[in-house]
Design a protein around this ligand. Sequence first.
Ligand code: THU
Length: 134
Amino acid sequence: MEKTINELFDEAKNVSKNSYSPYSKFPVGACALFENGKKYYGVNVENVSYGLTLCAERNALSNAITQGETSGLVAIAIYSPKQKMCVPCGACLQWMAEFRRENKDVTIILENDDGMAVTHVLSEFLPYNFKFDK
Ligand code: THU
């Protein structure tokens, strides 16, 4: 598990180099692991019309859905060279809740002050999420 955590963290770090963030100059990379072992990547993509910006985490999850995943999010690593412990925004947390495994939390891998990968869980940052009875 420790190896997987470090791998996901390194991959988020690596993909953050592809971020398109000329306006904020705040690159973000994300790497999401699903229960079938597949990994999906995302970066933040900005636009001259600032409000159209897409976050790295939601891009990674969109890539997963595009490839046929429907649920089964196990873990997601997030990295920015500009900030240690780059906690996902509220919108991205809600997206993570959508694709998690039933009755299971999602591991969120962030960078600590020493530059090491550390794990948190979705329920720490989003103890409740929006839902409605279908
Ligand atoms: N950003 C992300 O990619 N993920 C988040 O969870 C929050 C913020 C991006 C959006 C924007 O391109 C930059 O960080 C600064 O807000």
